[in-house]
Unconditional design. Structure first.
Length: 123
């Protein structure tokens, strides 16, 4: 399964990628913001799962989710939002934009695994 990991923090992208590697996944693309992520999606139609932060420059994670959901080629790609935004209103807004699940930073690889498995079981 090929993941697109989107976060403006290189360190956080490394943490997510290393967590995914620890879970047995081996294919990753990375992007530093939502705009770059859309460019990656448009260039590589083999992305099967998106893990995105919310707070990023140029195009936020929420805007990215809305753009992905509006695009016919990848509107059904599973999206996991990993963010520091943990208030109920933010979670509800992300769910309304059709993220498949939501993880609040900091997280453990176990939590990441559980959320990914929940998403894959439901798609």
């Amino acid at each position: 399964m090929k993941f697109l990991v989107v976060d403006d923090s290189v360190t956080m992208r490394r943490i997510v990628v290393n967590s995914l590697k620890g879970l047995g996944y081996s294919e990753f693309l990375e992007a530093g913001d939502g705009k770059e992520a859309m460019d990656v999606l448009n260039a590589d139609d083999s992305v099967e799962f998106v893990v995105t932060d919310w707070n990023m420059p140029n195009m936020s994670g929420l805007e990215l989710v809305k753009s992905i959901r509006a695009h016919s080629n990848y509107s059904s790609v599973p999206i996991l939002m990993v963010t520091t935004r943990g208030v109920k209103e933010d979670i509800m807004e992300a769910l309304a934009a059709k993220v498949n699940n939501y993880v609040i930073k900091p997280f453990t690889p176990t939590i990441l695994k559980e959320k990914i498995e929940q998403i894959l079981a439901s798609v």
